[in-house]
Ligand binder design. Structure first.
Ligand code: AMP
Length: 310
């Protein structure tokens, strides 16, 4: 969805759209060089790519850059500060799910801010946002609730999934139009006292890695097809700040447990690369909380576990 914005926005204002070569989005040095050579004025990047670019020593020479639009995952305060230390351009934090193509809220980051997190801001034109509790009642400023989006940009629903469409695109209780819908984003947010919205995290376990939206359950479902496994759990960990990776925790149920290279090549055949975990940990059992739920916080660090491989 973002490519529509990225390709048409420059063309609509009579500018030129420069596309990086395939795979170039993972190569900071190449991108920094391209920005300099093509005298790029506006950039659209996910935060992990922005971090990679800011680590390139030559990026400070890219004086042509006037605006950077960052979105797709949370923009952290340290990244914002790094940005203002290296570039004089304006930085915008854009928020929006695919179902509300494309962006829903925006915030212009200021270098002098004293807050500890970067807001996602306020709604763009033709868009309404509501922060609601579980009974669909608006909540007060400062209290966390789920973000709901209404307005012109909403998708009509999921193709051939009437059940999921009904669950996620609900009737808009604040509209007199019986066809008006709100999309429930699954994102936890709250209003800051100045009216800007702060992003707090996902309500479910969905994770974002290098801008890719990943449902760990989808990877677990594929891994569970492999014989000899009794339990699997996929999670995202950030061992080094800004470098998030997927970790697979696996409990085998046979003495002759599958090897990690076998599991990895099995997943590679079935899933796109960005969904294949980078680290694997074999466990006798998954740690549980007192009420019997998997205790995600007690999962061993993949770097320190014995039965692991990166
Ligand atoms: P996608 O549909 O792939 O664009 O993913 C949408 C999800 O990405 C949202 O529901 C948020 O969880 C997350 N997201 C997108 N933009 C931002 C942002 N600026 N800050 C924090 N999370 C974001």
């Amino acid at each position: 969805d973002a490519s529509v914005w990225e390709c048409y926005a420059p063309l609509l204002v009579g500018a030129r759209c420069v596309m990086a070569r395939p795979g170039g989005h993972q190569d900071g040095r190449y991108l920094a060089k391209l920005i300099g050579e093509e005298e790029i004025t506006a950039l659209k990047v996910v935060p992990s790519l922005l971090r990679m670019l800011l680590d390139e020593p030559t990026i400070s020479d890219a004086t042509s850059i006037r605006r950077v639009f960052c979105g797709g995952e949370a923009l952290t305060m340290d990244l914002q500060q790094k940005f203002h230390a290296r570039l004089t351009a304006a930085l915008w934090n854009l928020y929006g799910p695919t179902e509300t193509t494309i962006d829903v809220t925006f915030f212009e980051c200021k270098s002098d801010t004293s807050s500890d997190a970067v807001p996602i801001g306020r709604p763009i034109g033709n868009t309404e946002v509501y922060i609601l509790d579980s009974e669909l009642k608006p909540i007060s400023i400062g209290v966390a609730g789920e973000l709901y989006v209404g307005g012109a940009s909403l998708a009509r629903g999921y193709l051939n999934r009437p059940d999921l469409t009904a669950e996620k695109f609900i009737r808009n209780p604040f509209s007199n139009d019986p066809d008006a819908r709100l999309y429930r984003t699954g994102d936890w947010v709250r209003y800051r006292s100045d009216g800007n919205i702060m992003y707090l995290g996902r309500i479910d376990n969905q994770v974002k890695i290098r801008g890719f939206r990943i449902e760990p359950g989808e990877i677990e479902a594929v891994l569970n097809q492999y014989p000899g496994l009794s339990q699997t759990l996929i999670t995202a960990r950030e061992e080094v700040p800004g470098d998030k990776g997927l970790v697979a925790y696996i409990v085998p149920n046979t003495a002759s447990a599958p090897t990690i290279p076998e599991l990895r090549s099995f997943l590679k055949q079935k899933l796109p690369n960005y969904m294949v975990p980078s680290a694997y940990v074999l466990l006798d059992s998954l740690p549980l909380t007192v009420n019997g739920k998997v205790d995600r916080r007690a999962l061993p660090d993949p770097g320190r576990s014995e039965q692991q491989e990166h």
